[in-house]
Design a protein around this ligand. Structure first.
Ligand SMILES: Nc1c(NC[C@H](O)[C@H](O)[C@H](O)CO)[nH]c(=O)[nH]c1=O
Ligand SMILES: CC(=O)[C@@H](O)COP(=O)(O)O
Length: 154
């Protein structure tokens, strides 16, 4: 019985697109740094990574899908930070970003990783962007490498 438990964490030879939101840039720049760190530590060449900035998380799915459709990337990493405000806008942005990213990945067959943190307040976002709760950008980039290698083994 063949069992593929996980993709290897070998990034060399693979190409990655990154879509990062400018909204809450203080947080997103740190998520991006974490993603770069993970890719570099796992052997991904600097020139194998292309980063596109978008206004906010709501715009991530479109650019992520364009990157995935281009055939230039083995995986796309999406980074953003949606922090709840005083209205229901938070819920709409979170839901559409998550739904759009998932749909783009299934439509294109390319791993499009959900690295958009959705928090109740700024403190929670800071905790997940390189402090007490780690760096979600690092985590999602590592998962991207695993998914690329897993697909190669199927
Ligand atoms: N409030 C946040 C937003 N809102 C902006 C939207 O994402 C979008 O750019 C705008 O509605 C124009 O289409 N975006 C975030 O990434 N994070 C937020 O907390
Ligand atoms: C998550 C958001 O879009 C947020 O910044 C909007 O804040 P508000 O609901 O106070 O307008």
């Amino acid at each position: 019985m063949t069992q593929i438990k996980e993709g290897k964490l070998i990034g060399s030879g693979s190409k990655f697109g990154i879509v990062v939101a400018r909204f809450n840039e203080f947080i997103c720049s740190r998520l991006l740094g974490g993603a770069y760190d993970a890719l570099h530590r796992h052997g991904v060449a600097d020139d194998a990574v292309t980063t596109a900035w978008v206004p906010g998380a709501f715009e991530i799915p479109l650019i992520a899908q364009k990157m995935a459709e281009s055939g230039k990337y083995d995986a796309v990493i999406c980074l953003g930070a949606v922090i709840r405000g005083a209205t229901s806008h938070y819920d709409l942005v979170c839901n559409e970003a998550a739904k759009g990213i998932a749909q783009a990945s299934l439509k294109t067959g390319i791993p499009i990783m959900f690295g958009v943190i959705t928090t109740e307040n700024i403190e929670q976002a800071i905790e997940r962007a390189g402090t007490k709760a780690g760096n979600k950008g690092f985590d999602v980039a590592t998962s991207a490498i695993e998914m690329v290698n897993l697909i190669k083994e199927l």
